[in-house]
Design a protein around this ligand. Structure first.
Ligand SMILES: NC(=O)c1ccc[n+]([C@@H]2O[C@H](COP(=O)([O-])OP(=O)(O)OC[C@H]3O[C@@H](n4cnc5c(N)ncnc54)[C@H](O)[C@@H]3O)[C@@H](O)[C@H]2O)c1
Length: 445
């Protein structure tokens, strides 16, 4: 394949590495710059520091077109387009922390040719206009700026990048938008051209709407529990309506991760900073926080008290196929359970290392049955495929009390109960609910 225009990527996290690997796959030479020496060192040795399906193979396959560096100048040299993929976490106020973005603008190396900074990081609306003004102030009118928000989802990031639903490009100059669109030409997807502010809002509004759907179905689930309906059937029946669609109607113990919590908070604060109270998002956030804690009441319903009980959290990552622990529901749950004086154990197939510094006081296991040995309850926190067979005779024998609280509605309640377990899902009929009558005693053995 003929080598195409070299590209710079700033930030070697989920978005940066996937962007770099996919652009290299499309034939570009890509220089990836990060400020973390450990990360750059590991990548140079062929070690991918994050767990993301297909990524390691993608980077290895395109190794000859990829370079990793700590030197910003190297990433800008010869590149006409430089993607900004740095983190924009929440500040204490809920606003997005843009310090990594501003650092890039303020430390731009001397550029000999026209270069376009392409913002893939999720930033508040108005950031592009402020960066444009700063670039002009610094006498850098020849540095272009565009917004090209990223919609990939962890766990399917490579496939999402290569087969996106849409490519959104917002630029101040037509020629910059054209240059970015040309990079994506081999990818078959609708291109949405917008002004910079609208491109920024498309990303924030999309994430906020997805989070709203999750909180909506979680509230429906809670009402289902109180009234005897089954949220799984409700969601299926709703999702067949083409005006609604089936996506993000999975009831559970709340959303987490590096994007939804911070992006919803950032949009709410952005509105608040302009004097507008975004009431709906305030509710979305509150519902999500409460949802993470509902497991505690379900455990108490069967175990009476959590004091001295052993609870095993199954799955720690914020979702399957990633080791990302940012804002994971498991973190809230573990600290709530510890506060109730329960002994907390946890299992995860890939996130134990990332979780260890965040879960003080929790006993971590890489073996599922060992995590459940003598436990009074198993809580499905992350819907790892490995947990589909949780209700086995081996697990039944290992647990002191065979109680499964299925925080992701992963399991078939009838099969789990038939295997001799007590089962509690989210928004599904359970003992004590109007459909199934009085609660069974917790100790079945
Ligand atoms: N993770 C996702 O699923 C996802 C999806 C869509 C959009 N986004 C957005 O993309 C952005 C990046 O997210 P992520 O999950 O990849 O973050 P991340 O935390 O995994 O990676 C960010 C990387 O940027 C590096 N960095 C910080 N300052 C730098 C600088 N000045 N120059 C070069 N590198 C620098 C950090 O060391 C880190 O390795 C965020 O704004 C996020 O909201 C993330």
């Amino acid at each position: 394949m003929a080598t195409k225009e070299p590209i710079g990527v700033l930030g070697a996290g989920w978005v940066g590495l996937v962007t770099a690997g996919c652009l290299a796959e499309l034939g570009h030479e890509v220089v990836v710059r990060d400020i973390d020496p450990e990360r750059i060192g590991a990548l140079g040795r062929g070690h991918v520091p994050i767990h993301e399906p297909e990524l390691e193979e993608l980077l290895a396959r395109n190794g000859e077109r990829l370079r990793y560096t700590l030197d910003a100048e190297e990433a800008f040299a010869a590149a006409g387009v430089v993607f900004v993929c740095v983190g924009t976490p929440s500040l204490y106020s809920g606003d997005a922390d843009l310090s990594a973005v501003w650092r890039i603008v303020d430390e731009l190396p001397e550029l000999e040719r026209r270069t376009v900074l392409v913002m893939k990081s999720t930033v508040p609306v108005g950031t592009g206009a402020r960066i444009r003004a700063r670039l002009d102030e610094l006498g850098l009118a020849h540095v272009g700026y565009a917004s090209n928000p990223e919609f990939l989802a962890e766990g399917t990031a490579v496939a999402n990048f290569m087969n996106p639903d849409r490519i959104v490009i917002g630029a101040f100059e037509q020629e910059d938008a054209d240059a970015i669109a040309a990079l994506y030409e081999p990818i078959d997807a609708p291109v949405v051209r917008a002004d910079v502010a609208s491109a920024e809002m498309i990303k924030l509004a999309s994430n906020a709407f997805l989070a709203t759907r999750i909180s909506f179905i979680n509230e429906i689930a809670n009402v289902c529990e109180a009234t005897g309906a089954d949220v799984e059937e409700v969601a299926r029946g709703m999702g067949l309506d083409p005006r609604l669609g089936p996506h993000f109607l999975r009831a559970g113990i709340g959303y987490g991760g590096s994007c939804f919590p911070k992006d919803v908070a950032a949009l709410k604060q952005l509105a608040g900073n302009t004097g507008y109270h975004f009431q709906l998002l305030t509710a979305v956030i509150e519902v999500n926080e409460l949802q993470k804690r509902r497991v505690v009441a379900k455990l108490v319903k069967h175990l009476d008290t959590l004091q001295g009980k052993t609870v095993a959290l199954l799955g720690l990552a914020f979702k399957p196929n990633t080791n990302d622990m940012r804002e994971a529901s498991s973190l809230v749950l573990a600290s709530r359970l510890l506060a109730e004086s329960a002994a907390v154990r946890a299992w995860d197939p890939v996130a134990l290392e990332a979780a260890r510094p965040l879960l003080e006081g929790v006993e971590l296991h890489d073996n599922l049955v060992e995590a459940l040995d003598g436990a009074d309850a198993a809580v499905v926190v992350t819907e790892w495929p490995e947990l589909r067979d949780l209700a086995s005779a081996e697990v039944r024998r290992a647990m002191r009390t065979p109680l499964i609280v299925d925080g992701r509605n992963l399991l078939d309640p009838d099969a789990v109960r038939a295997a001799g377990f007590l089962y509690e899902g989210i928004g599904r009929p359970s003992p004590g609910s109007p459909l199934l009558g009085e609660p069974e005693p917790a100790r079945l053995r």
